[in-house]
Design a protein around this ligand. Sequence first.
Ligand code: PEP
Ligand code: MN
Length: 247
Amino acid sequence: MPKNKEKIWKLINDRKFIRIAGPCAIESEKQLSKTAMAIKNNIDILRGGAYKPRSKPGSFEGLKKEGLKILNKVGKKINKPVVTEVIDTRDVSLISGYTDILQIGTRNMSNFELVKESGRTKKPILLKRGFGSTVEEWLSAKDYILKSGNNKIILCERGIRTFETSARFTLDLAGALIAKNESNLKVIIDPSHATGKKELIGPVAKASKASGLDGIMIEVHYKPQTAKCDAEQALTPKEYNKIIIGL
Ligand code: PEP
Ligand code: MN
């Protein structure tokens, strides 16, 4: 895929509804490649975590540099741009050498040094909303990217914490729409983390599109039962393709 930042940004902007998908974590070349090959006709951007921020110590934290190399290689193989998460300012420069888009996760939206450092790369930034952050705080975080001289920003609503526990998080669709209206940026939805439930991913994806939002990011694994991270919410490629075709 085009390594040029402006070209990638144009590609993103030319899409009416952006489809980002791939595994939660990159586990091996075989795993990413099998997954990517099976969904490549229904994605615009391939995702995969090489550095995973885990809530519980001892969980799989990603293949790190090896994962970056795999992501880069598989992205080229399927001719799609790739996105991966940065969790530490010290890794921003290394990671930007391997990815087209940098993702700031929910746990780091308010890590403003990381946000600024990522912005300075001038690569497109996928800024997830903190699960305990208001829309106003989310939009202020994106101002740090703008202030670093980078206007290539995609916002991603991925669910917030409320008193409700029936889904993994609570999807704030109205908040995503407010963020879009107030920022004039592309705002996408992550139905996988927002719900944590496979059966809700399709309906939430549909609602995102119907409400005029700009895209979705979905976790897919060629063998979900073996996934080292977020296995219960991972779709098979077949399930994913069906959802996308039906949108
Ligand atoms: C992810 O997309 O891999 C991720 C960790 O999501 P979040 O930061 O929304 O939990
Ligand atoms: Mn995940």
